[in-house]
Design a protein around this ligand. Sequence first.
Ligand code: GTP
Length: 208
Amino acid sequence: MAITAVILAGGRSSRMGRNKALLPIGGIPVIEKLVKELSQVTETVLIAGGPKETYSYLEAEMISDTFPGAGPLAGLHAGLKAAATTWSVVVACDMPFAGREAVRWLAERTLQAEKEGKEAVIPVVEGREQPLLAAYRRSVLPGLERTLKEGQLKLTRWTEGLKADYPDGAAMARAAGIPAERIPFNMNRPEDYRQALAWAESPPGEEV
Ligand SMILES: Nc1nc2c(ncn2[C@@H]2O[C@H](COP(=O)(O)OP(=O)(O)OP(=O)(O)O)[C@@H](O)[C@H]2O)c(=O)[nH]1
């Protein structure tokens, strides 16, 4: 599909205590798993932020933030700026189950969003908006750049100002064939990593 995947991989991983993107899931670093999955359903995979030399073996293009240290919004900005497609899907590097079906589902939603003049598709999974597993139109860039220049770094404050579609993520979960809560699950702390490992080993639908 003519869409770019942007994997956000900057940040400090301070709560985890080590680079989250390199945590093994199913025997490979989570970022490698994401690159493999997302490259099956997108035109290009970009990695925004993180140590370039460490990720050079991956089949993805690496992008540096224009606003270093400014958090996920800076990664989103760098990714959208480098993307050659009108729409990009953004995925945080610490979401081990945000796989190809979820991204394909989001990419399909952008077709309708485009017709309706929307500039973002932000799924709502179990009542929570997921701006780090979402699709954005390149046209958000000038506003995003202004926001970053003003030093406003809060993601949800920025997304509030977008013309966004907020589809129910239950359908995304059905498409992916895994429980909804797992899809945007992200690993911030060591206990989250343990939970992800347990889920990775359990068959879909089986609660751990
Ligand atoms: N490119 C880029 N990505 C970032 C930046 N900050 C965070 N991210 C990514 O955004 C996602 C969410 O980040 P967080 O988990 O909130 O922050 P973190 O700094 O990685 O982790 P903590 O230090 O524990 O807060 C992750 O995929 C990060 O890799 C940044 O400054 N630049």
